[in-house]
Design a protein around this ligand. Structure first.
Ligand code: ADP
Length: 298
């Protein structure tokens, strides 16, 4: 699979703030990547560096397997990293035509991209009459005008109402289904879970996890357990080779695995050691649980 972008050991310091620390990951054609992390974790800095608007401190990144230099490569990238500037009194169509003029793109693209983002019927409305969600959709249409290989979005649903959020997510998925690679930054777990195929989890500028969303969900999973004697239960569990870490909350033990372990097998082990359980559930992680687990045990 073609590599769109490879990032190798990127570091960024703003004075003595280390915003990125040894960040490395690859973007392959056709996937939807989410950079997930709380505010201040380095998402925008990462996007700024690869788009050449923020200087890196060290490390490297390479677009399109190094076939062209960054300046030319960026012509094949569509990005929205800050609130776009459109002219308020001009219509959606006029605003996009202006972008075509600036970038030397044929006007044919205007209708095509307005349709992708569901704004064809509103092409004659002035930009100032648009809702925030519509403004964001117009920005996406604008970023798509040159048929980019990859679309980059920073917090694409920030500030939108639930309907607006839903529309933007559906549009992103639709654009991906047409074959465009996507990289988005988000602090919202459910956004990444719903929209992305791959995730890079950032915390304080460091990668905690990078891989497919499917894999992060499909690892060994965890048990919820409860017995009359949780402290004895905990001691027994700590001695089991398949068990990684144990959290206790509201009288339940949350037992994370490092290798496969079936519920029946665990139950047998505990029963043989004179523990009978009141509660046993085996669950797979949601991305949120995984994320919290990753960030708590770092
Ligand atoms: P995110 O996009 O995940 O919210 P940022 O990349 O914006 O994170 O910020 C990462 C860190 O770098 C934060 O500690 C932030 O305060 C700091 N930072 C970002 N931009 C600047 C800047 N221009 N000057 C100084 N510090 C900055």
């Amino acid at each position: 699979m073609e590599t769109i972008l490879s990032i190798d050991n990127l570091n960024k310091k703003y004075g003595n703030i280390q915003a990125l620390k040894n960040v490395s990951f690859e973007i392959k054609k056709g996937n939807v990547y989410g950079i997930l992390g709380p505010n201040g974790s380095g998402k925008s800095t990462t996007l700024g560096i690869i788009l050449n608007v923020v200087n890196k401190t060290s490390g490297s990144f390479m677009w399109f397997e190094g076939k062209t230099d960054t300046h030319h490569a960026l012509k094949k990238v569509g990005a929205i990293i800050e609130r776009p500037n459109f002219y308020p009194y001009m219509t959606a169509e006029e605003n996009l035509k202006l972008v075509c003029d600036i970038k030397g793109i044929h006007y044919d693209k205007v209708m095509e991209k307005l349709e992708v983002v569901g704004l064809l019927e509103r092409k004659d409305s002035q930009f100032q009459t648009f809702s925030l969600g519509m403004k964001q959709r117009l920005a996406i249409a604008s970023a798509l005008l040159n048929d980019p290989e990859i679309l980059i979005l920073d917090e694409p649903t920030n500030g939108l109402d639930p309907q607006g959020i839903r529309q933007i997510r559906d549009i992103i998925k639709y654009i991906a289904s047409l074959g465009t690679t996507i990289l988005l930054a988000s602090h919202l777990l459910d956004e990444v879970e719903k929209v992305c195929t791959h995730v890079v989890v950032l915390q304080k500028g460091e990668i905690l996890y990078s891989g497919s969303v499917h894999e992060i969900m499909a690892n060994e999973g965890f048990f919820e357990l409860q017995s009359d004697n949780n402290s004895e239960l905990k001691t027994l569990l700590q001695n089991h080779a398949a068990i990684d870490t144990i959290d206790e909350e509201d009288g339940k033990l949350y037992v994370f695995l490092k290798s496969p372990l079936e519920a029946a097998e665990l139950n047998r082990y505990l029963f043989q050691n004179n523990i009978s359980l009141q509660h046993l559930v085996k669950r797979k992680h949601s991305l949120e649980e995984q994320f919290l687990h990753l960030t708590n045990h770092k």
